[in-house]
Structures are given as C-alpha cells and as structure tokens.
Design a protein around this ligand. Structure first.
Ligand code: CP
Ligand code: NVA
Length: 337
C-alpha cells in the first residue's frame, strides 16, 4: 500500500478504512520488532515538536519513546514554554516550526488552532487530543480490540460506549465506527448523546452510519456487545463546577457488576483510555469521592477496574506501538505491505 507519507492526522476521518487497517498492521509489525529487540530505525534524524497545552502522561511518553526508538529527535513544548498564541500568533508560530521540524504533534483545546498549524506550517500535524477528537487513542484501541479478537474482523466487533458521549473519545470512536463499520451503541442520557454533526454530516471517508445506535436504555445498549468503553465524565478543560451535575446524571451509566450482567457475555471486556476515576488514590479522585460521597469509583467501580477484563493498560501500551506506526508511515516513504 501507499504509505501515509507527509499526511497529517487531525481527526480519524482524515484516513480511509484501508489506511487505518494499514496502520494497525504496521503497529503489530513494529511491536514485534521491539519485542524481539530487532527494531529498525525508519525515521532516523527526523525532528518532531510536541506541543502540549493540556496535561498528558501516555500520549507524551508514547510520542517520545516512539521517536527515540525510531531514531527521530523530539522537542517538548509545555503550556508555559513558548510564545505560541500569546505573544505570537498561531500562524507565525506555525511558519517558524514548519521551517525547523519535520512534523508537529499538538494537544490542546481548539480544533481551529490545529487546523491553522497544518495550514501554515506545511508539515504533517498530528492531533494528540483536542476538545473534539482524540484519534491516536482510537488507533491504540483498535489494535487492542484486534489483539483480543484476532479471528474477528474489526467490522464485526460490537461495542457499547457508556457515559459522556459528547467528548473527544466518543466523537473519535464514532468516526472509527463509521469508517470501519464496527457496531457502536451509544448508551447515555439523551443530553449526552453525540452532536448530530459527528453522526450525520457528510465528512470525507464517512459514508454510512447504520451501525450506530443511541439509547438511554442500558440493558438494550450493552446486550451482547464484545466491549464496553467508558471515559471520565469531566474532560480536561471543562469547569470543575460541572462535576456535581455530571455525577448525578451519569452515575446510572457507571460500569459495575450490574451492567456487566446485562451484557449476557461471559467474555465481556472493558476499554478505558485512562486516566480513570476508580478509587481515591489520586488527589482529584480523593477530592471528588469525598465531596460527592462516592464510595466505589465514578465511571467504573474499583473491582472491575482492577480485574482482568479491564484492557486499559494494554490500550496504554498500544499507544506507543500505534503512534510509532503513525510516525513511521507519515515520515518515511517506505511501504511495508
Ligand atoms: N489516554 C491519554 O491520552 O492519556 P494522557 O492524557 O495521559 O496522554
Ligand atoms: N476525555 C478525556 C480524555 C483523556 C485522554 C479528556 O479530554 O480529558
């Protein structure tokens, strides 16, 4: 296949079904090379700048290690490190970075900013999470799903997404469902259903959406699915005072034993992009549990989070391998398959 040489990834629907499947295959290939300690360096000497306007553990580390493993160099720019956007426009900053680097990773708020980085830098730009999308996370999720079900094509997978279905993860999962054809049940109160533009608006590579349903009914939504996916109820950038309302409205959609019983699937698996609020062991987790008198986790109970049906740490590891495939494919002309 043609590589993704010089392509950006602002949202999953920038890529075709074929391109996404190619990236998953390449991720598996590179993961094997790393496991066998026989990694080739396909992007030696390339320079990548990582711009983070929001916090990150997984995404930043995955981009950094992927680059190091493949012989590329990175510069990390945190929220208070540069003139970008404050003393210098995005347009000017993008032109500067475009002359020095081979690619830009951007994590931030607004999708307009990432589009401007692409427009003015004229080098590949990858979305490491915005308010609206998180495409590199979904690449890792698809790899994880395929590793768990090696014999079942992705388009035959049935997944339920429970919780806040208006956030970046839900939007990107819907794009994946639309492009790849996997079944996606959105299970949430109606006010948290995805905005129609992600489901119905004509977007490049997105054609049909018959495989997506939205329901408030938990039993109907999780019955016979292979995976239940959830994410935090309050995303980065949202105001702290929204917690009370969201807890009240989303608590019935918590992943717990009762929900698992409704799936009718003894092999049910759980996906979560992380970080997760499942116990009191983080500062914010402690604060929220105490303030709202929560006993056992927010979007997922602690026992289920710590059980072997939870795949979130496998997803985390796969961030590295899928991001590596993205870097290799977009920065080298080599076609692997
Ligand atoms: N899942 C994810 O994007 O994690 P980080 O916020 O730690 O990068
Ligand atoms: N929806 C979450 C995802 C974190 C990886 C957020 O934006 O905070």
């Amino acid at each position: 296949m043609k590589t993704l040489y010089k392509k950006s990834l602002l949202r999953l629907s920038d890529y075709t079904n074929k391109e996404i499947i190619y990236l998953i295959k390449l991720s598996k290939f590179l993961k094997k090379q790393k496991y066998n300690k026989k990694e080739n360096k396909y992007i030696k000497g390339k320079n990548i700048v990582l711009i983070f306007e929001k916090e990150s553990t997984r995404t930043r580390c995955a981009f950094e290690i992927a680059a190091y493993d493949q012989g590329a160099n990175i510069t990390y720019l945190g929220p208070n490190d540069t003139h970008i956007g404050y003393k210098e426009s995005i347009q000017d900053s993008a032109k500067v970075l475009g002359k020095m680097y081979d690619a830009i990773q951007y994590r931030g708020h607004n999708d307009k900013i990432i589009k401007d980085f692409k427009k003015y830098s004229k080098i590949p730009v990858w979305n490491g999470l915005t308010d609206t999308f998180h495409p590199t996370q979904i690449l890792a999720d698809l790899l994880t799903i395929q590793e768990i079900n090696p014999k079942k094509p992705l388009k035959e997978i049935k997944c339920a997404y429970v919780g806040d279905a208006q956030n970046n993860i839900a939007n990107s999962l819907l794009e994946a469902a639309n492009i790849i054809g996997l079944k996606m049940n959105i299970v949430a109160p109606k006010i948290y259903w995805p905005k129609k533009k992600f489901l119905f608006k004509k977007i490049k590579y997105i054609k049909k959406n018959k495989n997506i349903i939205c329901t408030e009914n938990i039993k109907e939504g999780v019955k016979n699915v292979d995976f239940i996916y959830t994410d935090v109820w309050v995303s980065m950038g949202e105001k702290k005072n929204i917690w009370e309302k969201k807890i009240k409205e989303l608590y019935p959609y918590q992943i717990n034993k009762k929900m698992l019983n409704m799936t009718n699937n003894k092999n049910i698996k759980i996906l979560h992009c992380l970080p997760a609020f499942h116990d009191k062991k983080s500062i914010l987790g402690y604060e929220i549990h105490n303030k709202f008198h929560i006993k056992d986790g927010l979007e997922i109970t602690n026992d289920i989070f710590n059980s072997n049906i939870n795949l979130s740490f496998k997803q985390s590891e796969n961030r590295l391998h899928t991001i590596k495939a993205l870097l290799v494919s977009c920065l080298s002309k080599k076609s692997f398959f």
